[in-house]
Design a protein around this ligand. Structure first.
Ligand code: URP
Ligand code: ZN
Ligand code: ZN
Length: 463
């Protein structure tokens, strides 16, 4: 199958220019002007006049079916990757979980089995390390060789995913030898638990106290600590879901002194605030960790995206229904499952709040939603760009289309939207995954099982 996408404006991290894109089978065959005259026969033409042609977006932080807080994140790999496709995301990297006492392999196999045959778009895995020991450290070498090159550890969630500094340092030293990357959830979990217990004991049980207990300084402290540990181990480190200016200040300072520290933020920290956690138990819809912050933090995060101290925007998609799931925490904010839906909304929110609002260029938008994730997570140049030889993961994006985000129209399997009623400018009109059109004319035309496991390489972009 040969498809010509004609007359669009190709937008990559390097710039924007008028060009046609010829897709042959699963890959891009050519990018250039007036390809119709020289491309030879093709089977169909997609008119991209007035639209952008961008690389499919890459969401490096999702949690389909994650067991958390006595329940499971609601989206399966089937529903979650389909929703991703609707929103212009053609690759996800999800987190397989090692349980305590279990080998990494067991967790990875379990997550691969959940995804296999179910995904609408390509997918890879990071590995959550809950148990750092001689065996699991040795296993990281094998996983890196198999394309699972990234390992998440936590200074938060004591008793669940938490690792102490020694365990984190050991994991960092091992990845220094095998080329893997440590991703850190950086909040001081033990200190947070002290404050949360005090608040609960004082009768402060509403969701707002989730946010009030997790001080920004607890995120700043942990961010500084894990970056310093990574510097001591001589490895790069990637801070996930950075929410607070206190943490951003630490990343910036580290980068200014030449440390190989990288960080992502998420739409919820750019568009939502601590106030959303108010309004009684309704606030549970906005409970995630780190928590939403006062508005002034978001302004700093936008600046961090401009200066590249924040390299990526991912979603941390981890949806729980309000009914029956978030409600597990009625009367005790500590029992509300942590996580928000968002895999479908990231591309449009960043276009609207970033490009349309004049905060970032269209090229920078593409860089933070696709190219930088591909580079940092070992997928570039197969993914993350529009170039001959790359996978034909492409989005024909209408930068003028307006739509209202709502749970009544979204495709994520969750009963509310954090952005209910928000009007955004920009929408994916055609989405292609490895040459297959999966969204077109407001219809899903993809196939369950089309998405393949991605064996990722170690990234040459981390130094
Ligand atoms: O609240 C969140 N972020 N839930 C998902 C798990 C995690 O820490 O990323
Ligand atoms: Zn986390
Ligand atoms: Zn997460």
């Amino acid at each position: 199958m040969r498809t010509l996408i004609s007359n669009g404006t190709v937008v990559t991290a390097e710039g924007s220019y008028a060009a046609d894109v010829l897709v042959d089978g699963e890959t891009i065959a050519a990018v250039g002007r007036d390809l119709e005259a020289v491309a030879g026969p093709f089977d169909r033409m997609i008119d991209a006049t007035g639209k952008y042609v961008i690389p499919g977006a890459i969401d490096v932080h999702t949690h389909m079916e994650l067991p958390f807080g006595g329940t499971f994140a609601k989206d399966t790999f089937e529903t979650g990757t389909r929703a991703a496709a609707w929103g212009g995301t053609t690759t996800i990297i999800d987190f397989a979980v090692q349980s305590r006492g279990q080998p990494l392999r067991e967790g990875l196999d379990a997550w691969r089995a959940k995804a296999e045959g179910n995904c609408a778009v390509d997918y890879g895995f990071h590995m959550i390390m809950s148990d750092v020991n001689d065996d699991s450290l040795a296993e990281t070498d094998l996983l890196v060789a198999e394309g699972v090159t990234t390992f998440k550890l936590f200074t938060a969630y004591p008793g669940v995913f938490f690792s102490d500094d020694g365990a984190i340092f050991r994991a960092m030293k091992r990845t220094a030898t095998n080329g893997g990357l440590i991703m850190m959830h950086a909040e001081n979990g033990p200190a947070i638990d002290v404050v949360a217990a005090e608040n609960f004991a004082a009768g402060r049980t509403d969701p707002i106290w989730h946010g009030m207990s997790r001080y920004p300084i607890f995120e700043g402290e942990a961010t500084n600590r894990v970056i310093r540990l990574a510097e001591a181990a001589g490895v790069p480190v990637y801070i996930v879901h950075l929410s607070a200016r206190d943490a951003l200040d630490e990343v910036r300072a580290a980068r200014d002194r030449g440390a190989h520290a990288f960080a992502e933020t998420c739409p919820q920290y750019l568009f939502l605030t601590l106030d959303d956690l108010g309004n009684g138990f309704e606030g549970s819809k906005f409970v995630c960790s780190p928590p939403l912050r006062p508005a002034e933090h978001a302004e700093d995060l936008w600046k961090g995206l401009v200066t590249d101290d924040l390299a990526v925007v991912s979603t941390d998609h981890c949806p729980f229904d309000f009914a029956g799931q978030k409600e597990l925490g009625r009367g005790d904010f500590r029992k509300i499952p942590n996580g928000l839906p968002g895999v479908e909304n990231r591309v449009d929110l960043l276009h609207d709040g970033g490009v349309v609002a004049g905060r970032i260029s269209a090229s920078r938008w593409v860089e933070i939603i696709s190219t930088a994730p591909a580079r940092l997570f070992g997928l570039y140049p197969r993914k993350g760009t529009v170039a001959a030889g790359a996978d034909a993961d492409l989005v024909v994006y209408d930068p003028e289309a307006k739509h209202v985000i709502s749970a009544s129209t979204h495709h994520m399997d969750v009963d509310y939207s954090c952005y209910e009623g928000r009007l955004v400018t920009g929408a994916s009109s055609v989405v292609m995954s490895r040459g297959l059109v999966i969204i077109e004319d407001g219809r899903y035309t993809g196939q369950k099982g089309h998405g393949r496991f991605l064996k990722r390489s170690v990234s040459p972009f981390l130094a």
